[in-house]
Design a protein. Structure first.
Length: 669
C-alpha cells in the first residue's frame, strides 16, 4: 500500500478540521471517497431484544448495527451516517414512550438517544413517524409544526442532535413544508491531490427526504385537514435546483419508499423509480419495503424492473441502497469523487454499493455496542415491567406459524374484539346500521418475513400486555366499513394473492406462498357464520368459491359492516374499494387497546370459544407434485392442534441458511 493510501485511511486530525473554513481551493484532478451509511426502518429496535417474547434477539437492534457503523467508518474515514425513517414506532418501547408514559418536553426518545451517541449526520421521515399524531412528532423531533392540533405556543422540545428533513409534506395552514425540506452538510474530507499528496477539502452534500404520500390515507385521523402531500418527482424537481444554487455539490435523496414503474402518480406509495430519473439526484437511500438492495439473488419484483441493477445497486444509473429493517443491515455507498476544479463530482463507474449484515458467515452475530444498552437501561427496564402486566389467560397456544394454511389461533380473538367493538358502537350510536351483519377482518401480522423468529407466539397460560402487542403489532385505530357482498368478495380475492397459482399437473415442487404479497395483507374472516374456499389452481381474482353467510350464498348487493383498521379502510394494501369512502366509523380507539379490553372482560380464552371458528379452507385438488411452504422448525404439533392434519414436515432445515424448515401441504385433503 502506498504512503498516500495509508494516510488516506487515517482519522482526520482535529487541527485540519478546525482549518476547514480557510482551506485553499481544491485542485482539479483531486480524488476522494465519501461513504454514505444508511440505516432504515429501525422501528425503535434500539436493543437486540424482543419485548413480545421477553427475550434477547441477536438478529436485530441498532446496538449491533453500531458495530457495522464503526467498521465502515474505519474503512471509510470520509463518511455520513444517514437514517431513512420509520424510526420512532414499532416496538413496545416505542409505544411505552408515546402512549403509556409520554415523554416530557425535555426528554429524548430512546432511539434518538442511541442515534445521537452514534453521531448520525442527518435523517429523513417515514410514514410510521406519523402514527402517534402530529403533536407527538412535533415534540420528539424538536420541531414547531404550524398546524392545527399542535400548540404553537409550546416551547421547542428536545429532539435528535442531527438535522431531519422532509420535502413533500406541507402544512395546510401555512402552505410550507412541515420540516425543513433539505439541509446542506459541509463535510470535511481528506483527499488525494493530483500530485499524490494528502490534502483536506470540503464537500457540500445536500440531503432531501420524502415520505410516502399515502400517509394521508394511512393516518387520515391525524393528518386530514392539517397537512397535505406532494408527489416525490415534482417535489424533487422543485427543490433540487435550489439545493444546487445554494452550493450542494452532491444531492442525496433519502426517500422512504421502494420502487414501482407503474404509471407515475403524485400519490404513489413507492415513487423512487421516477425519483431516480430527476436530474441532479446523485444517490438514493430508500426503504419502507423492508427488503435488501443490492441483492443479486432477489426475486422481489421491484428489484427486477428495467433499469434496476440488483447486483451493482443502481436504479436508472443512480447508486441506491435499501438496508432491510430493524438494524439487520447497514447500507454502504462508496461514492468515488473527483474534483473538476470547481466542484466534487461522482465517478459512478468506480462507486460501490452494498448492504452489510449483522450476521457473520458462521451464523453468529456481531457484538453489540454496550454503551447503547447503558444509555437506555431505564427505558428498557420500564418497558419490560409494563408489558408483563397480566390481563387474562388462554388454554391454547396462539401462533402464526401455520396461519398461511389455515391456523386462526392468533387471529380469531383479534376479529372477535374488533367485531364486538363495532357492534356495540353501532348499537349505541349508529342505529341506521343496526340491521346489518357485523364481520371482522384481520391478518397474521408476523409470518416470518423478518426471519425465523418473526412469528406471533403466545403460549398457553397468562396473557400479558406484551402478548396482546404480539397479537396486534401496530398502533392502528379501529375503523368500520360498509360493503356489499361483491365488495366483500373482492376484498377476499385480493387477500388470496398471498398464494401462488398451483398447477395440479406439475410434478416438481411448487411454492404455495407468494412472498410479494405480505402476510399482513392476507386478511381473513373467522366466524361461524361465514364460509368460503380459496382455489389456488385459479388465477388471482378468481379464487374465492362458495362464499356463504349463515348457510346462504352471499348476494352481490347484500350489505355488511366490517371491522378493520384505519390503514386498511383508508387504502393501505391497495384493496379494491377500500379508499376511505366506505368508512362509517373512524374510531379514536386503538385496535390493540380494544383487544386488551376484550381479553380483560373475557378473562379466560379457550380454543373452542376463541380459536376454532375457521371460515376458509383451500379448495380440494389432487396435485402430481408436492406443494410446499416454509415456516419455523419443530412446530408441527401446532398445526395438528389447530385441526390442520394435512401438513407434513419434509426437511427440518430447508437449506436456505435462514433456519426455516420445509413443509408439504396436501391440497387433496
Amino acid at each position: 500500500m502506498s504512503t498516500a493510501l495509508r494516510l488516506l485511511i487515517l482519522p482526520i486530525a482535529p487541527v485540519l478540521l478546525a482549518a476547514c473554513s480557510t482551506l485553499p481551493a481544491t485542485p482539479a484532478g483531486s480524488t476522494a471517497t465519501l461513504a454514505l451509511l444508511e440505516t432504515t426502518d429501525l422501528h425503535a429496535n434500539v436493543l437486540s431484544y424482543d419485548y413480545y417474547k421477553l427475550q434477547n434477539e441477536p438478529s436485530i437492534g441498532l446496538e449491533r448495527t453500531a458495530a457495522l457503523i464503526a467498521r465502515a467508518r474505519s474503512e471509510f474515514p470520509n463518511n455520513l451516517l444517514l437514517d431513512n425513517g420509520d424510526t420512532i414506532q414499532g416496538t413496545a418501547l416505542a409505544d411505552y414512550q408515546a402512549l403509556v408514559k409520554p415523554l416530557a418536553c425535555d426528554q429524548t426518545l430512546a432511539i434518538y438517544k442511541a442515534m445521537n451517541l452514534l453521531k448520525v449526520d442527518g435523517g429523513g421521515i417515514g410514514n410510521h413517524e406519523f402514527n402517534y399524531g402530529l403533536a407527538f412528532l412535533s415534540q420528539v423531533t424538536g420541531n414547531r409544526f404550524d398546524v392545527d392540533s399542535v400548540d404553537a405556543a409550546r416551547p421547542r422540545c428536545a429532539g435528535p442532535q442531527f438535522p431531519q428533513v422532509l420535502a413533500n409534506v406541507y402544512s395546510v395552514k401555512s402552505g410550507k413544508p412541515l420540516f425543513a425540506p433539505y439541509h446542506i452538510i459541509d463535510k470535511p474530507i481528506t483527499a488525494v491531490g493530483a500530485d499524490g499528496k494528502i490534502m483536506t477539502s470540503t464537500v457540500k452534500v445536500g440531503i432531501i427526504s420524502f415520505a410516502p404520500p399515502t400517509i394521508m390515507s394511512w393516518d387520515k385521523r391525524w393528518l386530514e385537514g392539517r397537512v397535505y402531500t406532494q408527489g416525490v418527482r415534482e417535489t424533487a424537481e422543485k427543490f433540487i435546483p435550489q439545493m444546487r444554487a445554494r452550493g450542494a455539490e452532491l444531492v442525496v435523496a433519502i426517500s422512504h419508499g421502494g420502487l414501482d414503474n407503474s404509471p407515475y402518480s403524485p400519490t404513489m406509495e413507492n415513487g423512487n423509480y421516477y425519483l431516480s430519473q430527476v436530474p441532479g439526484v446523485d444517490a438514493m437511500l430508500i426503504g419502507h419495503s423492508h427488503q435488501l438492495f443490492p441483492n443479486a439473488t432477489s426475486t422481489v419484483p421491484q428489484f427486477n424492473l428495467p433499469g434496476v441493477d440488483k447486483v451493482k445497486g443502481l436504479v436508472n444509473g443512480v447508486p441506491t441502497v435499501m438496508a432491510n429493517l430493524w438494524g439487520k443491515h447497514l447500507g454502504v455507498i462508496g461514492l468515488r469523487l473527483r474534483h473538476d476544479g470547481k466542484h466534487w463530482v461522482i465517478d459512478k463507474a468506480q462507486t460501490t454499493v452494498e448492504a452489510r449484515g449483522i450476521q457473520n458467515a458462521d451464523k453468529s452475530y456481531v457484538q453489540p455496542d454496550p454503551a447503547i444498552a447503558t444509555l437506555v437501561a431505564t427505558e428498557h427496564a420500564a418497558t419490560i415491567a409494563y408489558v408483563q402486566t397480566p390481563v387474562g389467560s388462554t388454554d391454547f397456544r396462539m401462533s402464526t406459524y401455520f396461519a398461511d394454511v389455515g391456523d386462526i389461533s392468533a387471529i380469531e380473538v383479534v376479529n372477535q374484539a374488533q367485531a364486538d367493538y363495532l357492534a356495540a358502537y353501532v348499537k349505541a350510536n349508529l342505529p341506521q346500521y343496526a340491521h346489518l351483519p357485523v364481520l371482522s377482518m384481520s391478518s397474521p401480522f408476523k409470518s416470518g418475513s423478518a426471519g425465523v423468529t418473526d412469528y406471533t407466539d403466545v403460549k398457553a397460560g397468562n396473557v400479558a400486555l406484551n402478548n396482546a402487542a404480539d397479537l396486534y403489532l401496530y398502533p392502528n385505530a379501529l375503523y368500520g366499513v360498509k360493503l356489499t357482498g361483491a365488495e366483500l368478495k373482492a376484498w377476499l380475492e385480493h387477500s388470496a394473492r398471498r398464494f401462488n397459482t398451483i398447477d395440479p399437473d406439475k410434478a416438481a415442487p411448487q411454492e404455495l406462498i407468494n412472498a410479494a404479497h405480505p402476510s399482513y395483507n392476507f386478511d381473513t374472516i373467522t366466524s361461524v357464520d361465514v364460509r368460503y374456499e380459496i382455489d389456488v389452481t385459479q388465477a388471482p381474482g378468481q379464487r374465492i368459491k362458495g362464499l356463504t353467510y349463515k348457510g346462504k350464498a352471499v348476494d352481490g348487493q347484500q350489505e355488511f359492516l366490517i371491522a378493520t383498521n384505519n390503514y386498511r379502510a383508508s387504502g393501505g394494501g391497495n384493496f379494491p374499494g377500500l379508499d376511505g369512502s366506505k368508512t362509517v366509523l373512524a374510531s379514536p380507539d386503538n385496535n390493540r387497546e380494544l383487544l386488551i379490553a376484550y381479553i380483560t372482560r373475557e378473562k379466560s380464552l379457550t380454543r373452542i370459544k376463541n380459536g376454532a371458528a375457521r371460515s376458509w379452507r383451500f379448495a380440494r385438488v389432487a396435485t402430481k407434485g408436492p406443494v410446499v411452504f416454509h415456516t419455523a422448525p419443530n412446530v408441527l404439533e401446532l398445526a395438528k392442534a389447530a385441526g390442520i392434519d394435512n401438513v407434513m414436515l419434509l426437511k427440518a432445515d430447508d437449506g436456505a441458511g435462514k433456519g426455516f424448515a420445509l413443509y408439504q401441504f396436501d391440497l387433496s385433503k
